[in-house]
Design a protein around this ligand. Structure first.
Ligand code: ZN
Ligand code: ZN
Length: 952
């Protein structure tokens, strides 16, 4: 006997309970298979995009996690070997900045603490707060394997980072060099192109006159948007064919303010149309100038320090902030009469995505991955491999599929134009680069792959005076390795001896062989290049060296980090506006969950999620799905109550039907056969929709089934069969209850991936403490196989008849409770539809759902009082019962309303000058309305008068 559910549905309580239960019982753990195990059937692997340790859950996470959880639960219930792997990212800059702020508040600083103490402090912060976001995930019921939770700075993942670096270095794919990088003066580190946000801003274009050496009174005028960089000018370039400047070929200029002689160089890269056609060349502060400088063998003079203050190379301007220096320089040039015209100028300004500070292109020494370099003759580069990974191979299959497909183009376009990846960051928090500088020979020592110990002497001169590089690696370097590193790559010997582990070795662990490639990545567009592209680059690169389980060479299709990429949409507010703190329209998922329950919020997101469509999150919708949950809850209570009542009179439900697919055939009553067929149809559709990422269609199909078919129709009809009276047909009641309970149980399984909490609560209650599995999430997912079109047709005819009768009753204002007699005439032109038979077979249902008593089909119905719907004529036979008190109230209300309208109209018409000023048609309309209202008032008064005086 199912246990009692509380009367009211209270999501908070039950969700807390089950969320805790799922984690405690480790229901979703997927242990590593043992070496002897049979290969897993249909493994489904999915990596959680690791949130930053500094992160808090936002609506985007909630959508992303809902989509992942639905698919993961669906696969698990279908019997696939399912693994959803969670973790957090150490988030280099973000975390360092956050802890630095804390230190400032405490009156100290990173520098005062020193590197080691600072790192310790960050670890301490991470242990205390860094799991907040995962705790939120646990509460939201994400069905991940918590036993595998990782942190990108964990020991084993750090080993992978070091191995990847050393392999690439010794393959000649990592180099160190001085280049102009995007420098953020606030974060004081190089940042990648992707971390720079470009926006059009209004600035100025200043013309500055550079005196020609040895030609008194001769100048060459340049134009610049950043005059402070002139301190680092080493040349001025002109186009070789620019006729305006032919006379200056071979001449030199005197750099104003610093009085340094600089050459005029000829380069066809110079645009004759921009500015004056003469370009100052500052190789240390502009990537194009740097390239030009290389071509012409020019020196580079860096004039700014890490904070973008002018350094010693800037002469009198040393120590000034770049913008203070700019003002001073312009004033000084003006005083020297070297400042020419000043134009307003729109320019693209790059700002740091994090600090919003203006990025300063600045020459510095950094580490790079040569992504387009081929490591050996005939071996493709990293970028070429990453392109092949999304391009159809010889078999016509693409190793990686993008959904929506348009992102494939975006990805390819970026990959085809990719620059070398600057992987070094001037931070203290992160994976420190495993390279050592020699003080004696100034060369670099990088340990060999597989070598666990740090080098103690220089590889080149054997000097012991070596120190480790202070830079750390870009955060995306480690997260790009996750698909391989979480499954044990690089399988190194843990005993400390160099090389591969003898157990797992080059074949990789069983874990790797089972779960790699992962099946699916669900992520946002914003990290398509940062993360998705880097995982493809690094994943393919390193996995290709791990043979397949049978020892054969791993093809590209098995080396990719994932087979499918699903790029999810944005969650916007109800007005389709992007959520932003500035606009104050940010919806906190935790608040919404508190208000409506996780299930309702998940269902809201699912019901609107489809590839490429942004979601306009509307709370009213969530309220609606809270009502949906409530409807299911009440259905459960109704069913349980009837099972209990049946038990009291000795009727036992056949529980052997539970856990399978509902299957009912003749001679069962129509509604039983119909709900079984409906269920199969729904289940088949939902599976199909989920296979195509149509979360919205899947959710809406289940909703229609549960609310419409199951609750509104089936449950109403089945009440007829639940007869517990003396002498009733027990067999029929038992059969009805069995179908009812088993269909309901199967429906809960169908809904489980979308609403895991309420389905768990009710499903457990069905089994009253002895469920066949520990959780509904481990039970089988229904799939539809069975069709019964005769039943479906019959039911839909009956439904439309009932709907018609209901709507006509409403039209005729027939009291809801009044049962009426009904005459029907079928005017269908074809004879295929037998109205009489339909009614004959289903009179009980018709009587109950349409509130009718005697129903007869006659050949023809004559006016008056005949109503027609479709091909059926209806005539209702009933005595109009009048509810006198209600009628009195209605008439009194009508009279009051009419009197008020009349007073208003008369007031308007009576205003002096109104009839003269207002348009004639308006005055006419008002007069006519007034006349009608007088008439209606008289009628209502008469009707009220006619009501029996003493009737209550
Ligand atoms: Zn910054
Ligand atoms: Zn050396």
């Amino acid at each position: 006997m199912p246990h009692d559910l509380p009367k009211a549905y209270d999501p908070t309580h039950l969700e807390d309970h089950w969320a805790e239960y799922w984690v405690r019982e480790k229901l979703f753990d997927q242990p590593a298979p043992s070496p002897g195990d049979a290969p897993a059937a249909h493994p489904f692997t999915i990596l959680l995009p690791p949130p930053n340790v500094t992160g808090r859950l936002h609506m985007g996470h909630m959508l992303n996690q809902t989509e992942m959880d639905i698919l993961t639960r669906w696969h698990r219930m279908r019997g696939d070997t399912t693994l959803w792997l969670p973790g957090t990212d150490h988030a280099g800059i973000a975390t360092q900045v956050m802890v630095e702020r804390l230190l400032v508040a405490e009156g100290t600083s990173r520098e005062a603490l020193g590197r080691e103490a600072f790192e310790a402090r960050v670890w301490q912060w991470r242990d205390q707060y860094g799991k907040a976001i995962l705790d939120q995930m646990k509460r939201l019921g994400a069905s991940v394997d918590w036993s595998r939770e990782y942190f990108t700075m964990d020991e084993n993942l750090s080993v992978a980072v070091r191995e990847a670096f050393t392999r690439l270095y010794h393959q000649g794919l990592i180099y160190r060099g001085a280049y102009v990088v995007n420098w953020c003066p606030s974060c004081q580190t190089a940042i990648s192109d992707l971390e720079v946000v470009h926006e059009e801003e209004l600035g100025k274009l200043w013309e500055i006159r550079y005196p020609v050496v040895g030609e008194a009174g001769q100048f060459l005028t340049i134009a610049t948007t950043r005059p402070e960089t002139m301190l680092g000018d080493v040349a001025v370039a002109i186009h070789p064919e620019d006729e305006r400047y032919l006379h200056l070929h071979g001449k030199k200029l005197l750099l104003p303010l610093l009085n340094r002689e600089i050459p005029i160089v000829l380069d066809s890269w110079v645009s004759r149309d921009f500015g004056t056609g003469a370009v100052k060349i500052t190789p240390a502060h502009d990537p194009n100038d740097f390239a030009l400088g290389e071509r012409h063998n020019l020196p580079s003079i860096n004039v700014m320090d890490a904070a973008a203050k002018i350094n010693e190379a800037g002469g009198a301007y040393q120590g000034l902030d770049r913008y203070v220096a700019r003002k001073r320089i312009l004033a000084d040039l003006d005083a020297l009469r070297l400042l020419g015209a000043v134009h307003d100028h729109k320019l693209s300004v790059g700002r740091c995505d994090r600090s919003k500070d203006v990025v300063e292109p600045r020459l510095s020494t950094q580490w790079f991955i040569a992504v387009s370099k081929r490591p050996a003759e005939g071996k493709p580069s990293m970028a070429e491999t990453a392109i092949a990974a999304v391009t159809a191979g010889a078999d016509g299959e693409k190793p990686i599929q993008f959904t929506p497909a348009m992102y494939e183009k975006t990805y390819l376009n970026w990959m085809e134009n990719i620059h070398d990846w600057c992987i070094s960051r001037q931070l203290w928090w992160g994976h420190r680069i495993p390279a050592w500088h020699c003080a004696a020979c100034h060369k670099i020592t990088v340990p060999q792959p597989g070598q666990a110990a740090d080098p103690s002497v220089c590889d080149h001169c054997q000097s012991a005076e070596i120190t480790q590089e202070t830079d750390v690696l870009d955060t995306w370097f480690s997260s790009g390795l996750l698909p391989v590193s979480v499954f044990g790559w690089p399988f190194l010997n843990t005993s400390g001896a160099p090389g591969l582990d003898s157990e797992t070795g080059e074949r990789g662990s069983v874990d790797f062989q089972t779960f790699y490639p992962t099946s699916l990545l669900v992520t946002g567009f914003d990290i398509l290049f940062f993360w998705v592209a880097r995982m493809i680059m690094l994943g393919c690169w390193f996995a290709q060296d791990v043979p397949l389980a049978d020892g054969s060479k791993r093809p590209l299709s098995e080396s990719v980090p994932f087979r499918d990429v699903y790029i999810h949409a944005l969650v916007r507010d109800a007005n389709r506006e992007k959520m932003s703190k500035m606009k104050g329209n940010v919806i906190d998922p935790i608040e919404i969950v508190k208000k409506y329950g996780t299930d309702a919020v998940r269902f809201t997101l699912a019901s609107m999620a489809s590839p490429g469509t942004d979601i306009a999150f509307n709370e009213a919708r969530t309220e609606g799905y809270r009502a949906f949950a409530n409807k299911i809850w009440n259905a459960a209570r109704f069913i349980f109550m009837n099972v209990d009542r049946a038990a009291e009179v000795g009727i036992k439900v056949d529980r052997s039907m539970l856990g399978s697919m509902p299957f009912v055939c003749d001679p069962a009553p129509l509604e039983a056969r119909w709900i079984a067929a409906e269920f199969h149809k729904t289940a088949a559709e939902v599976n199909q929709f989920l296979a195509n990422y149509r979360y919205d269609d899947a959710a809406n199909t289940i909703y229609q089934f549960f609310w419409g078919s199951f609750c509104d129709w089936y449950l109403e009809i089945v009440k007829i069969r639940l007869d517990f009276s003396e002498g009733a047909d027990k067999g029929s009641t038992e059969a009805a209850l069995t179908t009812l309970l088993s269909t309901f149980e199967a429906s809960l399984r169908l809904l489980c991936p979308f609403m895991p909490f309420i389905t768990e609560e009710i499903w457990q209650a069905i089994y009253d403490g002895t469920p066949p599995e520990e959780s509904v999430a481990l039970a089988g997912y229904p799939n539809g196989t069975f069709k019964d079109s005769a039943t479906t047709t019959e039911m839909s005819q009956l439904q439309s008849l009932i709907t018609d009768i209901r709507s006509l009753r409403k039209d005729l204002e027939i009291a809801e409770k009044l049962s009426v007699d009904l005459l029907l005439a079928d005017t269908h032109p074809s004879a295929s539809f037998d109205l009489e038979l339909l009614i004959d077979k289903n009179l009980l249902i018709l009587q109950r759902l349409a509130k009718v008593s005697n129903v007869s089909v006659v050949p023809k119905l004559d006016e008056p009082n005949v109503r027609t719907m479709g091909f059926i004529d209806f005539q209702f036979i009933y005595e109009k019962e009048i509810d006198f008190p209600a009628e009195r109230e209605r008439l009194t209300k009508d009279i009051a309303k009419l009197e008020k309208n009349i007073a208003t109209s008369e007031g308007t018409l009576g205003k002096p000058g109104f009839t003269a000023k207002a348009p004639a048609n308006i005055v006419e309309g008002l007069k006519k309305q007034l006349e009608e209202n007088h008439l209606l008032l008289a009628k209502a008064k008469a009707a009220l008068e006619a009501l029996p005086k003493d009737a209550q």
